[in-house]
Design a protein around this ligand. Sequence first.
Ligand SMILES: Nc1ncnc2c1ncn2[C@@H]1O[C@H](COP(=O)(O)OP(=O)(O)OP(=O)(O)O)[C@@H](O)[C@H]1O
Ligand SMILES: [Mg+2]
Length: 238
Amino acid sequence: MEAIEVKDLRKVYGSTPAVAGVTFTVHAGEIFGIAGHNGAGKTTTVECLIGLRRPDGGQRAGAGGGPGAPAPRRGAADRRATPGERAAGADEGGRGVAGVRRLLPRPPADWRQVMERWGLGPLARQAYGDLSGGQKQRLMLALALVGDPEVVVLDELTTGLDPVARRETWRLVNDLRASGTTVVLVSHYFDETEALCDRLAILARGRVQATGTPAEIMAATGTGSLEEAYFALEGADR
Ligand SMILES: Nc1ncnc2c1ncn2[C@@H]1O[C@H](COP(=O)(O)OP(=O)(O)OP(=O)(O)O)[C@@H](O)[C@H]1O
Ligand SMILES: [Mg+2]
């Protein structure tokens, strides 16, 4: 079953064609990667997908897109709120991400359980501004999961994380898939997409250069890793 379909998506900023006709399908329950260099158009693609940006052309269908879709959850910048208050805000319509609950398509998960699952329990009373970069990142992800979404879009989730936190985050993303959540994982780390993704699209200069499973993309390019595949595709494109 398809969770998301994107057809010929286009987005131009001024005279910059950031996304120049992107087509892919995300199947329900999979981890779908969007990989590519800095400025390839990955974030613009997913922002169009979840309704944060209005595309200039193309169609998108499925969870997370289209008019009337719930607003994507983003952490509010209330630096005084502790993680506990923020998560509670998501659950109870209080401070933090106030009112988010009304926008949720499904009943919210228990925020305390989400906090524990993501290792944030001990930090619940620490002020948000005092959390480390990695802890803030983890909190943002936990907040997104309070809504128990069918599809979650994770953009550069592990950037800035130490190697242990990175591996731990990979494990949690695998757990998310195991619990039935469809994951769209934006990353410029090819080892990450290779390790985690069932299928992926490689973007370069706003266009899809390849789609498929990591094994299919490697086989098609005659390479032994996604990173090599990327360079092989780039070489062919120039
Ligand atoms: N708000 C904006 N206004 C103008 N140009 C933009 C805007 N956002 C992105 N761009 C441009 O669009 C192109 C694609 O940017 P995008 O952020 O989608 O890339 P990305 O693949 O997510 O890169 P990164 O790996 O660095 O996050 C880039 O050339 C960027 O400079
Ligand atoms: Mg980006």
